[in-house]
Design a protein around this ligand. Structure first.
Ligand code: SF4
Ligand code: F3S
Ligand code: FES
Length: 258
């Protein structure tokens, strides 16, 4: 039954799926940087023709290629709704989540490439381990050795508001991999790690701010940030990253975390 539905959907647009809602479709070229170390001397762009509806996302177009044209195309994805952060990639040269960019907002040719600054494993899949190592280095968890109260640790609305923006991070790495300071020095802890440090430094229930600030007040810490703002522009969650970094810098200088 499911197979029949799939075939009907594919047949509706001459062999390529993309006509699920009956909306008019258009042909788009998805250009992907590909490299097969067993056959290629260097990476090369490859074009795939897909038929898309206006409401299709780039992720839908990639799925269409993978499921119906070329199963070797490789990229990460999970939630398909801008929550898990796994499908960050460069789309027409800009870091975006493939599941949050509508095809109707792009041209006839859409180029997708892996994030910059990480080792490419295959196609759009990069090695995220250095990114997560930087994340772990700022102790992104609650530190409080005081005896816990009988119920939860209470916090005022104002205290919660203080770090609300930086709780929204989904660890997609779009910010860090758009930062020229990171491109110049991969040891830079990067904006994503600073955002996640901010989330706990300014939490009134946490007691680990001094240690985090000490770690960030280092050669590869916050001072590598030159306030370039690429990170803020790239963030799919619209987190005010440059502002958060500025607040962490101030906290280091003035030893103030409120
Ligand atoms: Fe992604 Fe924004 Fe978090 Fe950076 S701060 S990792 S861009 S969600
Ligand atoms: Fe980089 Fe963002 Fe700072 S782009 S230099 S981390 S403001
Ligand atoms: Fe989860 Fe895009 S697939 S954020």
């Amino acid at each position: 039954m499911a197979q029949t539905a799939t075939l009907q959907r594919a047949t509706a647009v001459g062999g390529a799926p993309g006509a699920g809602t009956g909306a008019p479709t258009r042909k788009v070229t998805i250009r992907v940087l590909r490299f097969n170390p067993e056959a290629d001397r260097e990476p090369a762009l490859r074009d795939y023709a897909v038929q898309v509806e206006p409401t299709d996302r780039v992720l839908d177009a990639l799925n269409q290629i993978k499921w119906y044209q070329d199963g070797t195309l490789t990229y990460r994805r999970s939630c398909a709704h801008g929550v898990c952060g796994s499908d960050a990639m460069r789309i027409n040269g800009v870091n975006r989540l493939a599941c949050k960019v509508l095809m109707k907002d792009l041209g006839e040719v859409v180029t997708v490439e892996p994030l910059m600054g990480f080792r490419v494993i295959k196609d759009m899949v990069v090695d995220m381990e250095p990114f997560f190592a930087q994340y772990r280095s700022v102790l992104p968890f609650m530190i409080n050795d005081a005896r816990p109260p009988s119920r939860e640790r209470l916090q005022s609305v104002e205290d919660r508001e203080r770090f609300d923006d930086t709780t929204k991070c989904i660890l997609c790495a779009a910010c860090t991999t758009s930062c020229p300071s990171f491109w110049a020095n991969e040891e830079f802890v990067g904006p994503a790690a600073i955002v996640n440090a901010h989330r706990f430094i300014f939490d009134s229930r946490d007691q680990g701010a001094a240690e985090r600030l000490d770690r960030l007040n280092s050669r590869e810490g916050v001072w590598r940030c030159r306030t370039i703002f690429n990170c803020t522009e790239a963030c799919p969650r619209e987190i005010r990253i440059t502002q958060a970094i500025g607040e962490v810098k101030k906290a280091i200088l003035y030893k103030q975390t409120t």
